[in-house]
Ligand binder design. Structure first.
Ligand code: F6P
Length: 569
């Protein structure tokens, strides 16, 4: 994975920080360390455990923030590598970059914008300055309007056009305008005491048919959530759902059922949504970081304003921790550095997020966007090509389901995938205590099995006991060997409540930021999504026609021909 850095050896790229030589030295020391790591096993790093008066590796390689515990001991990072990683963060200016972000500097250089999503969860009463002005009065005003609106919907004082309270909410949005609130609504199911919330994201007509088929337009509130208010999928769904409302209730009643969340006031007005039903936010909030403000409205409707504020409080607690905790105890910094170790030093190109929590079912999908849209970049801030691999492929499934689908590859495949386990000390279901014990046992067992593995000697003994002999014994034993030495992290929290979810989301946001700062990339833009959008807009005018565009490859033309039957209806 360091192929490019080798190609570029001796020709430092433009746009490097001033202490580039120091950074090069640290990378090269880390590369030497990782070569030695090839000869040591993670389990060997626990050799000093039990030493009289000594701390265990778990004590040394775990960090806490309140009840949050991050165990990073099951990685092949030894004391030297750990120190070098912290030195790398310092030399790359992670703390400086963090302070610039919080201070509202234009850290998103290609859009010429700050990244001030942290202001949306600022409950401290302190100002957040941007170009000399405080952004907080606007943030608070919008939040107050959201709270009043949400309270009225939940209390049934704000009703549908026929006077019936809203029983269902359809939130139309995609990507950052959907993944966060959808993930959070699932995660915080025990706190739901408001209307049912449904998320419509895919332009596939099947999605709207399946959702609308369950609902009564008279008792349905529709939120159109789009920062740009021009995302084609969202706008197509918005038009369809608006039509569904109009057909059932009459055009003059539609506005009572519509809400918009957007930064694009003019487009929202043109769509016919009343100004008092629009919740705006500034362009300095990135889509994938926007669930803390109006994009979080469906969550607020589901769990109530008070609990939504607890969610914000959790996010802010993580902001404080990120700013104040020393690197050695700083969870986002550690998480980021472990990511650098696995991606850039060990060459592992993916990471799996396996929450042992059914309600974190969509957490990996959410982190996927936060991580891959932010750090899937090949250019440094100044436009020069990066010299190391950047963001990994992020994927995941909740445990224990993952154990029955992806775990085979994690344990015995030829590729090593570092795993990040998440688990709560307590479930919400007191009446399911045994289930929670099983869940926890499975989570801990997975990390132990990944690291410790099972030797050929043990496997042979087991197969001999099972009655195998000779070549059959060898063959059967070989299949039961677990090479082990596979790294994982475990993140433990007390209970998945709104505040904890806020801390987890902010932790992963900041982790992505730490890694970006080390690579010197802009984690706040997303130019890589544009080309596909442009081509789709162009191709739509050819799909379902007898004509074919000029100058396209035979695959694209052949596929278009395959869909010539799709006439417009
Ligand atoms: O996928 C690209 C993207 O711009 C994301 O960054 C964003 O979250 C999503 O589309 C939705 O955008 P919008 O909120 O403008 O509809």
């Amino acid at each position: 994975m360091e192929t490019e850095s080798r190609q570029h050896a001796g020709s430092p790229p433009a746009g490097r920080p001033a202490d580039g030589n120091r950074i090069d030295r640290i990378w090269s020391q880390l590369e030497k360390n990782v070569q030695r790591a090839g000869a040591r096993r993670i389990i060997d790093l626990f050799a000093d455990d039990g030493h009289p008066n000594g701390k265990s590796r778990f004590d040394d390689w775990s960090a806490r923030s309140d009840d949050l515990l991050l165990d990073w001991s099951k990685t092949n990072i030894d004391a030297e590598a750990r120190d070098l990683l912290f030195e790398l963060a310092e030399a790359c200016g992670v703390a400086r970059a963090r302070d610039r972000m919080f201070a509202g500097e234009r850290v998103n250089n290609t859009d010429d914008r700050p990244a001030l999503h942290t202001a949306l969860r600022n409950l401290s009463g302190s100002p957040v300055l941007l170009d000399g002005g405080d952004v907080m009065p606007g943030v608070i005003d919008t939040r107050e309007r959201m709270l009043a609106f949400s309270d009225a919907i939940r209390a049934g004082t704000l009703t549908g056009s026929g006077g019936q309270p809203f029983a269902d909410v359809v939130h139309i949005g995609i990507g950052g305008s959907q993944l966060g609130p959808e993930m959070a609504c699932l995660a915080l199911r025990p706190y739901h005491d408001g209307p049912r919330v449904h998320f419509l994201s895919n332009v596939d007509g099947a999605h709207s048919v399946d959702i609308l088929g369950l609902l009564d337009p008279a008792t349905t509130l529709v939120i159109v959530a789009s920062k740009s208010f021009s995302t084609p999928e969202t706008m197509a769904n918005a038009v369809t759902v608006r039509g569904w409302l109009a057909d059932a209730l009459g055009e003059d009643r539609v506005a009572d059922h519509l809400v918009a969340i957007s930064t694009a006031d003019a487009r929202v007005r043109a769509f016919g949504i009343r100004p008092d039903r629009v919740f705006g936010f500034a362009d300095w909030v990135g889509g994938r970081l926007s669930m803390w403000g109006p994009i979080g409205l469906p969550l607020m409707l589901a769990i109530g304003g008070g609990r939504f504020v607890e969610f914000l409080d959790g996010g802010q607690a993580m902001d404080r921790h990120f700013r104040d905790a020393p690197p050695a105890r700083n969870l986002p910094v550690i998480l980021g550095l472990v990511g650098i170790w696995h991606g850039n030093l060990c060459g592992y190109s993916t990471r799996a997020i396996i929450p042992y929590d059914q309600r974190l079912n969509r957490f990996a999908a959410f982190v996927q966007q936060v991580d891959m849209e932010s750090n899937g970049k090949s250019r440094r801030l100044d436009g020069t090509r990066v010299v190391r691999d950047t963001g990994p492929v992020v994927w995941g499934e909740p445990g224990t389901n993952a154990q029955h689908s992806v775990a085979q590859l994690l344990h015995q495949g030829t590729r090593v995938v570092p795993v990040e386990f998440l688990v709560a000390r307590h479930g919400h279901e007191r009446e399911r205590a045994r289930h929670h014990r099983m869940l926890v046992a499975n989570c801990i067992a997975q990390s132990e099995a990944l690291m410790a593995g099972r030797s050929i000697a043990v496997a042979t003994g087991l197969m001999r006991e099972a009655g195998y002999k000779g070549e059959a014994l060898q063959m059967q034993a070989a299949h039961r060997v677990f090479e082990g030495d596979r790294p994982s992290l475990t993140l433990v929290h007390d209970r998945l409540d709104p505040r904890t979810l806020g801390r987890l989301v902010a932790l992963y946001e900041h982790r992505v930021f730490v890694e970006a700062a080390i690579w010197g990339i802009n984690c706040f833009d997303q130019w890589g999504v544009e080309l596909g959008k442009e081509l789709a807009a162009n191709l739509e005018s050819w799909v379902g026609t007898d004509r074919l565009p000029d100058g396209r490859d035979s695959s694209t033309l052949g596929l278009l021909r395959t869909f010539q039957h799709l006439k417009e209806s």
